[in-house]
Each structure stands twice: as C-alpha cells, then as structure tokens.
Design a protein around this ligand. Structure first.
Ligand code: FMN
Length: 202
C-alpha cells in the first residue's frame, strides 16, 4: 500500500478534492472552481474549454451548460470527458477522467433558480456555440425573454448539468526540482468498484 501523507491522505478521493478546492477558494484571486473540460467530437478530435465545477457529490463532479453547445453535442455522442483543475498559487492540479450523464432534474432546477435573473435570461438568449450576427441580436433576445418571463425565467429545456463519474482521479502537487508528487486513483472495473491507488513518477 502506497504511503500517503498530509494533503494526499484520506480514503475518499472526493473528500480530498473538496478539501483542495476549499483551500483554493482562499488562495486563488478568482474562479477557484474553473476547470478545463475535454471532450471529443464525432471525428475523435479533442476539444477543450473552461467551465465551472459546481458540485462535488459523493461519487461525481457536476458542471452546468447548454446541451446544444459544442460540448453538449459532443457529450451526447460520446458521454466521456476529462477535466483538470489547476491552482497556480497552490501549485497543484487534480485530473479526472470519467463517464458522463445529464443532470436535468431537480438539482439543475435548483441551481438554475439560484442564478441571477440576468444570468437566467442569458441562458435563454444564448444559442451557445452557434454563429451570432452581432451583440445587438443577442441583446434583443435578452429583452424579448425579459418581456416574456419577467423576473422568474424557468430553466430552459436545453440547459442543465452534466455529472462526471470518475474512473480515474489524479492528485498532483508541485515538488522541488520538478520532483512532483502524483497519486493516481483508479476504480477497479469489477463489482466492488474499489479504488486502486498508485504513486506515479513525476
Ligand atoms: C473561467 C470560465 C468559466 C466558464 N464557465 C462556464 C460554465 O460553467 N458553463 C459553460 O457553459 N461555459 C462556461 N464558460 C465558457 C466556456 O469556456 C465556453 O466558451 C462555452 O461553454 C462554449 O463552449 P463549447 O462551444 O465548447 O460548448 C466559462 C469560461 C471561462 C473562461
């Protein structure tokens, strides 16, 4: 069994991730929950963009977006993703690879309702990832939806969450002379689903 101490200790990788994110909220100037999310398109060509990690659940990571966006369509075709959270001031990263499913139920409703009215109207107005003639077109749509929904826009049917259930999580911390610490947690594919933890060369 690999010896893990300090920031790497614990038997639940989601708890470790929560702890690191909590530390990052104190050290990062903004968006400590920003992560680079990778998907692949129909040709197998990778795509990557930043999104905000909104929830670390008992067994999964959740972010929210437009299902008709490029990432939404890529995930509909191939429900697998990878992401990395990187904290410059902490000099740490967490890498995750996993299987994706939609969160378009009550959690998505609750999160959407928690957003400002302007952000909710923006979700209606933005045909995310599709061509736009100019800012005026978008602002006109915001005004149109404001007239329709007032101060309580409901969650659009094409907007919601994705839940990433990891098969692999790596915790990485900067070490002197590039001798970084890396611990990879891999889920056993058998019924037990237990994590196998290995220390990796930097
Ligand atoms: C720090 C940061 C956080 C972002 N968070 C989100 C997010 O949570 N959801 C989202 O749909 N787009 C978010 N974006 C915008 C995306 O990076 C991207 O431009 C958009 O989702 C369209 O991506 P796609 O065309 O690959 O689907 C964020 C951008 C930045 C820079």
């Amino acid at each position: 069994m690999t010896q893990r101490k300090g920031i790497f200790s614990g038997s639940d990788p989601f708890a470790i991730a929560r702890g690191w994110l909590q530390e990052a909220t104190r050290t990062e100037p903004n968006d400590p929950n920003a992560m680079a999310l990778a998907t692949v398109d129909a040709d197998g060509l990778p795509n990557v963009r930043m999104v905000l990690l909104k929830e670390i659940e008992a067994e999964a990571f959740v972010f929210y977006t437009n299902y008709q966006s490029a990432k939404g369509e890529e995930l509909a075709l191939n429900p697998k993703a990878a992401f990395v959270l990187h904290w410059k001031t902490l000099r740490r990263q967490i890498r995750v690879r996993g299987i994706v499913s939609r969160e378009d139920g009550k959690d998505a409703d609750a999160y959407f309702a928690s957003r400002s009215v302007k952000s909710r109207l923006g979700a209606w107005a933005s045909a995310q990832s599709r061509p736009l003639s100019g800012r005026a077109e978008m602002l006109a749509k915001v005004a149109q939806y404001a007239a329709k929904y007032g101060t309580s826009p409901p969650r659009p049917p094409y907007w919601g969450g994705f839940r990433i259930r990891p098969v692999e999580i790596e915790f990485w911390a900067d070490g002197e002379f590039r001798l970084h610490d890396r611990f990879r947690w891999r889920r056993n594919p058998d019924a037990t689903g237990q994590w196998k933890i290995e220390r990796l060369n930097p």
